[in-house]
Write a protein that binds this ligand. Structure first.
Ligand code: ADP
Ligand code: MG
Length: 315
């Protein structure tokens, strides 16, 4: 028997209500157009897509903050319509927007959340969670005095109060500086090492590539890819080679299989080619046939950015 998924998303459609209540006989924005995928247990799953793709809509449906128009969702085996309480208990959500009552201290925020989940006082883990997100020294400070990064970390701790097996983070690093991003990833990777299934949305491709073992891409409310990260990166058929030659380049050099050939310095040309059509060796041979001697060569493997551009047709 295979392990059941942490989350099962089955043909989810979301149409937001029209601002005028549909008075013109038209519905509102169709944010999700029938999206289906499973999030396997135990990994870090990335949901990638440009702004407006429908990521937050999907996350908010999981969180019970947005009602789906149709389709089914199971969280840790619990259908969100039939067993909403059990489904909610299995998931911790760090929302895209930071919202706190500014007059509570981090310790109180966590205690209140524990109370909300009906966790007995002696079973609460507020101190431990503050330690995990390195906020022990801010235990009794007003939340409004915390930096943006500290607030994010507090939100992660808040999402973990009821020890859910699944943690979902919606754009946790949008507008966050490099150092904080690194801290946040360490925290997330640490939780994942302890067995927590992590789902995160981001539009930073590099981040998803480094952190996630599986990536789904959503665009205009449709799922356009869902693969192990390795495989997804391997999907980019284009490859880039930068060639330094022994004399100034005279004009362009287009050949079959080249999709681009840019002279980027007088003696350096960057050629983008389809690796299904030509090999690096053939590209170099073609350059030599144009009468140039080759001095230096560097190649670049396709990354997620390339795949993304290819899949979404984004420029
Ligand atoms: P993402 O998180 O990927 O940036 P969202 O899920 O926030 O995308 O938005 C998807 C689409 O739904 C966008 O076109 C957005 O304008 C629209 N949308 C989001 N929330 C609402 C809402 N409450 N009412 C109407 N339209 C909405
Ligand atoms: Mg969003």
């Amino acid at each position: 028997m295979t392990t059941p998924p942490a989350i099962r998303i089955d043909n989810i459609v979301k149409r937001y209500a029209a601002p005028d209540g549909g008075a013109n006989g038209e519905g509102g924005k169709l944010a999700l157009k029938g999206v289906s995928f499973d999030v396997p247990q135990g990994g870090i799953f990335g949901l990638l897509g440009p702004n407006g793709a429908g990521k937050s809509t999907l996350i908010n449906i999981l969180a019970g903050l947005v009602t789906k128009t149709s389709g089914g969702v199971e969280i840790w085996g619990f259908d969100i319509d039939e067993h909403p309480r059990n489904a909610k208990r299995a998931i911790g959500i760090v929302p895209q927007e930071i919202v706190f009552d500014p007059f509570f201290t981090p310790f109180e925020v966590l205690e209140n959340q524990g109370g909300f989940y009906g966790i007995a006082k002696h079973l609460r883990r507020s101190e431990k969670l503050l330690e995990a997100v390195r906020l022990s020294d801010k235990r009794d400070a007003y939340s409004r005095t915390l930096s943006g990064g500290m607030k994010r970390r507090l939100l992660v701790a808040k999402a973990m109060v009821h020890s859910p097996p699944i943690l979902v983070l919606d754009e946790p690093t949008a507008g966050v500086d490099v150092e904080l991003r690194r801290q946040l990833w360490e925290l997330v990777a640490g939780l994942n090492d302890e067995g927590v299934t992590v789902v995160l949305t981001t539009h930073y491709l590099e981040e998803a590539e480094q952190l996630c073992d599986r990536i789904a891409i959503i665009n205009h409310g449709e799922l356009i890819a869902n693969k192990p990260t390795r495989e997804l990166v391997g999907m980019a058929r284009e490859k880039i080679v930068r060639v330094s030659v022994d004399k100034d380049l005279a004009g362009p050099m287009m050949e079959r299989g080249f999709s681009k050939a840019d002279v980027i310095e007088p003696r350096v040309i960057e050629i983008t080619y389809d690796r299904d059509q030509v090999s690096t060796g053939q590209v170099l041979a073609l350059v030599q046939q144009h009468g140039y001697g080759i001095e230096d060569v560097t190649t670049r493997e396709p990354d997620l950015e390339d795949v993304f551009v290819q899949l979404t047709g984004a420029g």
